[in-house]
Design a protein around this ligand. Structure first.
Ligand code: ZN
Length: 273
């Protein structure tokens, strides 16, 4: 047998290649206000949507310092990015300890993603289901690109914890939202950058009603109202009409998911209650 082809194992024999993401997330969520990471820094993928806003609060509750990362990739609803400032300001006002933990907010421009995509998110075409069962809002590999850029930024800033709102419970069938995709990427990033990143996906096993309830557990009615008012999810970038679940066209798949989750949450029901 030749020398081990994997330098990371040869140099660091005790280094785990495959931390148990799913197990960790399950345990951390169930244990609520864990203080496991009270001395560490996290980087949160923060788009200004409901899921990433909930993830940001989840991180602010757990980590000593939290930095944020948003992407500008030519999406036609830049309004989601504009929501970030209002959400962050609102969370800082809501909790003094969260304000103390909130660090730098980064934005990376990656227009190349729009150049290689042909979807309703980046072009002026109608949202429809494709023959492959995926909506044409799907930007191939988008979350893989986001997490890889996040890891590169985290590497530079000495951060090992990266948090994203990927979820395979209530989702549109995007394969890069699946737990196994995230697990595989974590292995690739750790090998490719010779680091021990942990990719945290606290919403992975939550439905949309449970995501609203998690927001309530983290920051009470104040956080729920903040996310309802200032987060943005609509694929069309529609922000004129105010519904009980927030703003949006009310018709696109993202609005439909958000509306249904809110109704279930407001009615007091949820799959995991
Ligand atoms: Zn919509």
């Amino acid at each position: 047998m030749p020398q081990d082809a994997r330098p990371s194992q040869r140099n660091e024999p005790n280094r785990p290649l495959f931390p148990p993401i799913g197990l960790w997330v399950d345990e951390c969520y169930c244990h609520g206000m864990s203080d496991q990471f009270q001395s560490e820094t996290a980087l949160v993928l923060f788009s200004g949507g409901q899921d990433s806003a909930t993830c940001l609060a989840w991180a602010l509750q757990r980590f000593a310092r939290v930095e944020m990362l948003g992407f500008n990739y030519g999406q036609r609803h830049a309004i989601e990015l504009e929501c970030r400032d209002r959400l962050l300001d609102g969370m800082k006002s809501l909790r003094a300890d969260w304000a103390a933990r909130a660090g730098e907010s980064h934005t990376l421009d990656i227009p190349t993603l729009a150049e290689i995509s042909d979807t309703a998110l980046t072009r002026d075409v109608a949202i429809a289901m494709g023959e492959d069962g995926l909506p044409n809002t799907f930007v191939p590999g988008r979350n893989l690109v986001f997490l890889t850029f996040a890891a590169a930024l985290a590497y530079r800033r000495g951060i090992t914890h990266i948090i994203g709102g990927m979820c395979e419970t209530d989702y549109s069938g995007y394969p890069d939202c699946r737990d196994e995709s995230i697990r595989a990427l974590q292995i690739a990033l750790n090998l490719g950058m010779n680091k021990q990143f942990e990719l945290h996906t606290p919403l992975m096993w939550l439905d949309k009603a449970s995501t609203w309830r998690l927001a309530n557990e983290l920051g009470g009615a104040g956080l729920v109202d903040l996310i309802r008012e200032h987060s943005h999810t609509c694929y069309l970038g529609e922000r004129g009409a105010r519904h009980d679940w927030g703003y949006g066209c009310g018709e696109c798949p993202a609005c439909a998911l958000r509306a249904r989750g809110w109704r279930e949450y407001a009615a007091g029901g949820s799959a995991s209650s």
